[in-house]
Design a protein around this ligand. Sequence first.
Ligand code: CP
Length: 307
Amino acid sequence: MRSLIDILDFSVEELQELIDTANDIIAHPEKYSERCRGKKLATLFFEPSTRTRLSFEAAMYELGGNVIGFSEARSSSAAKGESVADTARVISCYADIIAMRHPKEGAPLVAAMNASIPVINAGDGGHNHPTQTLADLLTIYREKGRFEHLTVGFCGDLKFGRTVHSLICALSRYEDIRVVLISPEELKLPSYVKKDVLAANHIPYVQTTDLESVMPDLDILYMTRVQRERFFNEEDYLRLKDSYILTPERLWNAKADLSILHPLPRVNEISVAIDDDPRACYFKQVLYGKYMRMALILKLLQEAGRL
Ligand code: CP
């Protein structure tokens, strides 16, 4: 059974196929409005979410399908001690496809190993968030028209930022990608991502704490939130939370065609004064996420023989 647990589960060609489908949905939504009639998506969210859960739900409704699910662990039988494996087997009796978010790294993989329907990883702890990467990729493609020959800056919490880990994996397969890692010392990209993804794919990268000095090089600036929920110590969070705050003044040396992305939610790291700057792409990114999730649901249901 085909699932999406890691962005590398899909080839570059398959990612392009999803982008092409999403672009066709944007151009001709009426062609898709009945495609999932009678099908059910189960959204199993053991961790808070606004965009991912609601965009999955909107995606399924716009395909003519239905949605069941829960939005917090305490309203499911996980609160009584039910395992992820058993939950996945049970939900397979009710739904055609699962989107799961869980605070534990690897939980969606366990679900996929036990479900008889496709499972989509909607974010697992500080590990991966492949469907956010689908939103990011469509945004980059529509803004830049390519994935090659780009210098991409990742700024903020690169240690716990699962969206960063997944997007770096995805971009590592394209030609002439350069990565700039901007973070406090304590929130640097994990060594395994540097070694297994960047070094293994010969992607040139630099690490710095100074956003201003690298700003002129960037084609894309991917801002991230410092994630309070992943810290063991509140004092550390308070010390690091405002390490980077992007304001219009701090864009003085940025390229005129810089694209500013952020997976959201934001706290302080992008001033609202930037929202009207034509380089701000983060609300478009939200909308594109819904279209990519529609394309993904269609692909996985087709491959499972359920459409
Ligand atoms: N980007 C993202 O995953 O947002 P939510 O946590 O609101 O789903």
